[in-house]
Write a protein of this length. Structure first.
Length: 284
């Protein structure tokens, strides 16, 4: 059985299969986890609180509460969505880690289930209304992309900001469940294509590699358990499959190394945040 391999890690970053955050006595729930753009910190939501952990010092600090989504603008600032009524709308804000200050950027924004930032443009997604874009220098500049996300869900922006990955229910069923198709939307050409080699019974989480060449999925094939799949975009080969040490609910690929950080869910010992290495031979 092929295990996730140990490997060299950047200074201050834990090695493979390392639990870097364990649950406290309350059994905290982690609902999102991401690397900072410089790879030196991770941010996560714990029970609707936004936290940041310095990987070198090991220090954790709470930034804000009532947060549902966030995205790094750069290594010093985080864009967040703060729900004001828990259902329909909320506020977009920016937290400056150096100044330790928070400011509201845009008020009464429609509730967003996905948030991303690239080149000072925020991307906000909802299952019902697709993906909207908003310039961080112009709070009232909300526009919608011509992407058919009204039939899809869980979008993720590529590292270069040129493509959007999203999921769409297939017409094919497995054990009575509609399988998931993986779709790519090119922002410049406005074309949508389905990745033929990727169709899963359930997709729990996915992420882009930092160079935008690979995709990682915590997913389940028909009749199987959850595994980690690594796929090279444009390849005719089936994705490589690795066993996951835990059930992954959220994943993010490191910007400086071939490591994935993930939050687990449904573990007997409580949820954790872990770092795993991707073997180099799978990234050729």
């Amino acid at each position: 059985m092929l295990l996730l391999l140990l490997g060299c890690s950047p200074e201050g970053v834990p090695s493979s299969d390392t639990a870097i955050i364990r649950p406290d006595w309350k059994g905290s729930h982690f609902s999102q986890v991401k690397w900072s753009p410089d790879g030196k910190q991770i941010s996560y939501i714990k029970d609707n609180e936004l936290w940041v952990k310095n990987l070198s010092s090991g220090k954790n600090r709470e930034l804000l509460s009532d947060i549902t989504k966030f995205a790094w603008i750069d290594s010093k600032k985080i864009l967040y969505f703060m729900s004001d009524d828990k259902v329909v709308r909320g506020n977009l804000g920016i937290f400056d880690l150096e100044k330790e200050q928070s400011s509201i950027f845009s008020k009464s924004v429609q509730w967003s289930n996905t948030l991303a930032v690239h080149d000072q443009i925020a991307y906000l997604g909802t299952d019902e209304h697709g993906v909207g874009t908003q310039r961080l220098t112009e709070p009232k500049s909300l526009n919608e992309l011509e992407i058919p996300l009204s039939t899809g869900r869980k979008f993720m922006l590529s590292p270069r900001g040129d493509r959007i990955l999203f999921l769409e229910s297939s017409t094919k069923k497995s054990r009575g469940i509609l399988m998931d198709n993986v779709m790519l939307y090119d922002i410049a050409t406005r074309k949508v294509e389905r990745i033929e080699h990727l169709q899963f019974e359930v997709i729990y989480s996915y992420c882009w590699s930092s160079d935008g060449k690979f995709l990682a999925f915590a997913a389940q094939l028909p009749g199987d358990t959850q595994n980690l799949f690594i796929y090279k975009i444009g390849s005719d080969k089936e994705p490589a499959m690795l066993p996951l040490p835990d059930n992954a609910s959220y994943m993010d690929w490191s910007p400086i190394s071939n490591q994935i950080i993930l939050a687990t869910v449904g573990q007997p010992s409580g949820n954790e945040i872990r770092i795993i290495n991707i073997p180099n031979e799978l990234l050729q």
